[in-house]
Ligand binder design. Sequence first.
Ligand SMILES: [Zn+2]
Ligand SMILES: [Zn+2]
Length: 384
Amino acid sequence: MTTALADSPTLQNSTAVRKARAALARRQQAPLAVEDIDIAAPRDDEILVRMVATGICHTDVVCANGFPVPMPIVLGHEGAGVVEAVGAGVHDLAVGDHVLLSFNSCGACPNCRSHEPAYCHQFMGLNFGGVRLEDGSSPLSQHGEKVHGQFFGQSSFATLAIARSVNAVKVDKSLPLDVLAPLGCGIQTGAGAVMNSLKVRAGRSLAVFGCGAVGLSAVMAAKVVGAAPVVVVEPSAERRALALELGAAHAIDPTRTDDVAAALRAASGGGGFDYALDTSGIPAVMKTAVDVLLPNGMLGLIGIPPPDAPMPMSIMEIYVRGLGVKCIVEGDAEPKVFIPKLVALYQAGKLPVDRLIRKYPFEKINEAFAAAAGGSVVKPVVTF
Ligand SMILES: [Zn+2]
Ligand SMILES: [Zn+2]
């Protein structure tokens, strides 16, 4: 495809099948295979997006290594790019628009209609099913064989992606798509946990467990809302330093601290915290988070726990202090509303997501994947 073709209005809704370069996950625990695939034209409610960049999120790593998704599949769910074609039923986006892609939702269930698409009744099928739910088809194929797509309504590890109006957020053309791509999941999840899910208030204290992209986004958002103090617990010295630069008042190394709960209480300046956010998914860490909460405190859980792990605290422990526990999906965000807010914060210098990012060319996606899996890079972003 050339730009000249994409700009031609007569070809905007072309039914032509297009060639794309894609990173395929063919089996678990194996490197992604960068190969040519075919992409069908967008259906009525879909858009075709030429990718400029895509972040790599922990969920991509988990799905490539064991979380059940049908294979072969094109993963990727923090896409950013330029609209190349729109379906006949899409009226809020046009060819040439710059978009950030986020998670998929049905748009019609009671939660979607109540502006809570992260809890769409069809969330799992729409985001992890690998096919269009209405007929089981995929817009992706290779030599006539089905390749699963639709991962988070996008499958952005490819030069072209089919998304929907509901999960594409238009942004100004002056903005750097290779910096803002991770707003679609990781950044939105961490910032949304603070701003939407826990509704952290100014002057109240927050403990953040784990300083990956989600935890550090929570730290940045906590500074925006005026939370104080914000204390992080993170084993990596590099990430602790970054957390301090981004707004944390104290950073505790759990590997060199005998009693993490005691260290946290001391750092809080008030005997404990009003809010605690776990991004680790480790039950023992969640238990510490509960231990350091003040009466009427709120615990937010984002990290993916072992599948069979029970809650690591008794009902009495949370009952007598009136604690709340919120399991958080996608930061309780409605992407079309929340992502523009995050973009405005970025433009105001209050959400420096560029500090979290390292860029990799698409052909080196396996290197970027290894960096995400091993934790050496907070947020790898692949560019096309
Ligand atoms: Zn829904
Ligand atoms: Zn994600």
